[in-house]
Design a protein around this ligand. Structure first.
Ligand SMILES: NC(=O)C1=CN([C@@H]2O[C@H](COP(=O)(O)OP(=O)(O)OC[C@H]3O[C@@H](n4cnc5c(N)ncnc54)[C@H](O)[C@@H]3O)[C@@H](O)[C@H]2O)[C@@H](O)CC1
Ligand SMILES: Nc1ncnc2c1ncn2[C@@H]1O[C@H](COP(=O)(O)OP(=O)(O)O)[C@@H](O)[C@H]1O
Ligand SMILES: [K+]
Length: 486
């Protein structure tokens, strides 16, 4: 059993691949082996979470996920705990493995009840796993609501019930975000839906148990990539070794966004940072950050530079985009640059030819910007974030950073997309996206390949937020860019 953290590197498998792994493993092992191992793993984790529990509520559903719950209840009872099982299903229609585990729970003297116990110290959610086909309703929805509103810890078996293990979406009306502590133990494969969209809230801390089946392989759909390698600086290096970043943005009233990106590029290690402002009346220097060289955006020669274009760009950025797209040595497109491209077919064609020619290019849409580029709704993007990121990457031939909880980084078709596990809702504050764009710009300026530059910067951006001291001032985009609590 392994706890999954932002330092973990592992492949992710969709439901179809997980089913293939399950079938191959089940065929190679004696009957009932997998469920017994799964139930034992659940029981062990339950005991670790609530070692002094008097009552453990085990909510079991109609399929093999429920079977894992029966098996866990039997194992817990054998160890002196008092599981109370509520079963929602038809015993005569239980799959054979689950039926055998139900009998084992009965034989162990587990208590069965029609309604959840009035008091309990841990709830085990074994209602639905990867066989969830429709939104939970009726009694199942009531039990889930009770479980998640009780304030007691919840341990989800395989996946939080109702969560789409491929996409991380929860059905409307199923809110799994209220429990005081959530843990999920998942079996045979790590599923992408546990780590993006609503998955991170629903699953909480994720544990993985391969049930002794690591020999059974299949085709992954994505990966979590772990902590990136550090790039130590050699003594005999100079500012030219770390490249130039030129931020293009900061239209009237929005200079701050460009300055934030510039600050992030500077603190991200770029050799020199220029900020090309679109507002002609902007001040000639930022006295708080005199290292930044402020210029008129229209005068900057971008050949040989990494451009970070769009932060606070307003509508003014549109006229500069043809030159930026054709001359920047490497490029990060963010915010208003993406909005301009979404409405302009010629710019889209130019981006596509740039991407397909192999010039390093990263786009960093949040879900609304991604929806504009794809010509769909935010709901469509969030319904399958991996697919949306892959689609954008294929269309334009660029590296895509689809932001939000469980940021997705997608590139060429032969590169597995990455779901990033750092970051938290303290980043949900204005300007943190500008900071990310600047950080990616710095990594590109240091000549890291575009996919790696994006992956590393996204990880670092979230990691700074995750390790922000609790007793420090709240994180803002400015302090995030400087990587130092105020
Ligand atoms: N078969 C095996 O050997 C193993 C199975 N495992 C467990 O089995 C799970 C998959 O089992 P299943 O394929 O039986 O699928 P599930 O147990 O996830 O659910 C399938 C059943 O639920 C019903 N259902 C789907 N949505 C519903 C809803 N909203 N309301 C009410 N009923 C609903 C389906 O009609 C079906 O009867 C995994 O997630 C994992 O927990 C693990 O123990 C590993 C080994
Ligand atoms: N709830 C969250 N969990 C993790 N990361 C988040 C969350 N909310 C926002 N972020 C991150 O913060 C950044 C916000 O970027 P963006 O939406 O472009 O904001 P802005 O335009 O204000 O800079 C992105 O990197 C995003 O992934
Ligand atoms: K479950």
């Amino acid at each position: 059993m392994q706890r999954i953290t932002s330092a973990t590197a592992a492949e992710l498998f969709d439901i179809a691949a997980t089913r293939r792994i399950e079938h191959a493993a089940a065929a190679a092992l004696p009957a009932h082996t997998l469920m017994r191992r799964a139930g034992l793993a659940v029981a062990r984790l339950a005991m670790a979470i609530a070692p002094h529990a008097r009552t453990i509520w085990v909510a079991c559903g109609p399929g093999n996920n429920g079977g894992d719950g029966f098996e866990a209840a039997a194992q817990l009872r054998h160890r002196g705990f008092f599981p109370a099982v509520t079963f929602l299903g038809d015993e005569s229609r239980l799959p054979p493995d689950a039926k055998a585990s139900l009998q084992r729970a009965r034989d162990a003297g587990v208590t069965f009840a029609l309604t959840p116990p009035s008091a309990y110290e841990l709830a085990i959610d074994a209602l639905l796993g990867i066989g969830s086909t429709r939104p939970p309703e009726g009694t199942m929805a009531e039990w889930l609501a009770k479980m998640h509103a009780s304030g007691q810890p919840v341990l989800c078996v395989d996946v939080p019930s109702g969560l789409n293990a491929d996409t991380g979406t929860l059905p409307r009306g199923i809110d799994q975000t209220q429990a005081s502590a959530r843990t999920c133990i998942t079996f045979l494969s790590l599923k992408p839906g546990l780590f993006t969209a609503q998955g991170r809230d629903a699953a909480g801390t994720v544990w993985f148990d391969d049930l002794g089946c690591s020999a059974f392989k299949d085709q992954p759909v994505a990966r979590i990539a772990g902590e990136p390698d550090a790039h130590p600086r050699t003594h005999a290096s100079h500012k030219g070794s770390y490249g130039d970043v030129a931020v293009i943005g900061g239209a009237s009233g929005m200079a701050g966004a460009a300055l934030l990106a510039g600050s992030a590029a500077l603190h991200g290690g770029a050799g020199r940072v220029f900020v090309g402002l679109l507002d002609p009346s902007a001040a000639p220097v930022d006295t708080a950050q005199p290292e930044l060289m402020l210029r008129d955006a229209r005068t900057l020669d971008l050949s040989g530079m990494t451009a970070v274009c769009g932060c606070g760009g307003g509508e003014a950025v549109q006229e500069l985009l043809p030159r930026v797209l054709s001359t920047a040595a490497a490029l990060v497109l963010d915010a208003d640059a993406l909005n301009a491209i979404a409405t302009d077919g010629a710019l889209q064609a130019q981006l596509t030819s740039r991407g397909k020619s192999g010039s390093p290019t990263v786009i960093t849409p949040h879900p609304l910007e991604a929806a504009r580029l794809l010509g769909c709704t935010v709901g469509d993007v969030q319904a399958d974030r991996l697919a949306a990121a892959r689609q954008l990457a294929a269309r334009f031939g660029v590296v895509v950073v689809l932001k939000g909880s469980g940021t997705v980084i997608a590139g060429a078709a032969e590169t597995l997309p990455v779901i990033n596990l750092t970051g938290n809702a303290s980043l949900a504050t204005a300007g943190t996206g500008d900071v990310l764009a600047g950080m990616i710009g710095a990594a590109l300026a240091m000549r890291q390949p575009a996919f790696e530059a994006a992956r590393k910067a996204v990880w670092q951006h979230g990691h700074i937020a995750d390790t922000w001291p609790a007793d420090a001032a709240p994180l803002t985009a400015g302090t995030l860019a400087r990587r130092t609590p105020a």
